[in-house]
Design a protein. Sequence first.
Lengths: 257, 397
Amino acid sequence: MDEKSNRKVLILEKINKFYGTETPIQVLFDVDLAFEEGSFNSLIGQSGSGKTTLLNIIGTLDRPSSGSLTINGKKTETLNNKGLATLRNEELGFIFQFHYLLPEYTARENVLIPWRIRHTRVPNEVEQRADELMDLVGLAKVKNNLASKMSGGQQQRTAIARALINEPSIILADEPTGNLDSDTTQVVYQLLREINERLKTTFLIVTHDRRVAERTDRVVEIRDGRVVLDIAQNPKGQNPKGQNPKGQNPKGQNPKG
Amino acid sequence: MERKGGGIMSLAIQIAFRFMKSNKGQTILIIIGISIGVAIQIFIGLLIQSLQSSLIDTTIGNSPHVSIKSTSEDGVIRDGDTILSELERMNLSLTALTSAADFGGFIRKGNSRANVVVRGLSFPSANAIYGIQEAIYEGTMPSGENEVLIGKELQKDLNIQLGERLQIFVLGGLIPQAREIRVSGFFDLKVSSLNRSWIVTNQSTAQALYGFGQGITSIDIQIQAVFEADAVAASVEEAVGREGLRIENWKDQNEQLLSGLNGQTISSLFIQVFVIISVCLGIASVLIVSVLQKSKQIGILKAMGLTDKQTSLVFLSQGFFLGIFGAIVGVGLGLFLSFSFVLFAKNPDGSAVVPFFINYGFIALSGVIAVSASTIAALLPARRSSKLSPVEVIRNG
């Protein structure tokens, strides 16, 4: 942790998001956030709090209604869809609750797809990296199985390896363990942590699982589209220093989460 | 950056193939659909083309496509050689250029009498039109003076022997003039009216029998592109036309046949177009369903950086390759249908009802149309896929 630089790899300034045109509903209100390179963060909030919307905006899958988003020094407002696609491919890795592997491909082929989206050839070093990643997520033995023939935990670990193949600066994970049993959740969480420490990849994990959030370096809570809590905590993550993020439980007021 | 274009292609195409492979049933069904469409197009197209060309062949295969005749009372063209050499200089793409000196008459044998047309043909050039030489089944071509060929039906009607001498009465003057001819052989042109009425001989013999001198009664042309007969006739008119000459072409003389053929061509084209349209609709609907089925995969691919263009390419190339497979199977099926038709649709005498002409150009064109139509049909699904927002897909996952 001591090696961490203070460089901000992700900067959000006055992000607002409205849905609908006739009677627009505001889902995000002037969200200002910045994340440091190599940090391990969680984003929590009730369903309907706007946390998924925020993650989609950070992932450039959705555009903010106003405000500015800078990813690894690149302003996203000026980019067209193609530019955003390239940015996502090079700078971001996604891990979703439903892993979304391509069932038509083997695990290892799935891992290589983000590379192949922008490159004709797969050089040996990338092949090697894929094998190392499969090792890292503990799937060396089943890497040539079709994705559809793997267990949920194996698929999620494959998705993690896939998110890492292009060596992105940021990994965005949306409920990465939401679909897994508690033992597998532990394994996957450990894995994310290990990657963070070994590769210095920045993580932003959306979760409603307190046990996961408690073990991140920084917890950001969104409620009704606003950042209501932003605390750094003990990296070992046993007890949050600040207020219990789940202390209050107002009902989600917005239709979209 | 430039090199990455290939990568864009190859991944999209690979995904297209994996998608098609993962939905084998769907893929096979759609290929069968395209194949049947292509097969029907090829079969109907070839059938109509063959019907028409065999009809045209019987109608004008053994007759001049363009003829120059005299409008004078005796029907004689006196400057035939000049016109012929003029036509030769014109460099038209002719398959035959010849002249004929014809007259009417009758022959008598015992109590029987038969009206005949004596055709004074100029050999060997006339053979290209009438195929007389090939039609002789007994005897030889006329060589000496007053030697003639007689048709099969006339031979039977009058019981004429090879080498027999006959009296022919030449119509023309007030009183029919009797002349003697000698039968050097018999022909069968497969048209009984011609076999019954034609007496074929050398031009010089005909000229001498009738007393034309050096005159002829028509100049006959056959051309390669039979449907350009009117255009050829027009240019002949321009080159040698003058008062006293009439230029005929087969199209003017067979207007009913032509309008019949035209109607056939248009209805065959209609059938083909609608077959293609229904195939396209089939492809489009199957691929649209496929876009929905694969929307999760498309969403995650886009999240990982697949561009909208690459996404469209996944579906466009599915259309393209389905078209290629469909065209290959369809061409095979279409040829199979055509050959079976030739094999099973037979006249009582064993000859094919329609002699099939395998037009390879048309078959290739059908294949190309199928592939392009399939690709075009994939445009709509491709557009849909490119407009899919990963947020929608992933949120609804």
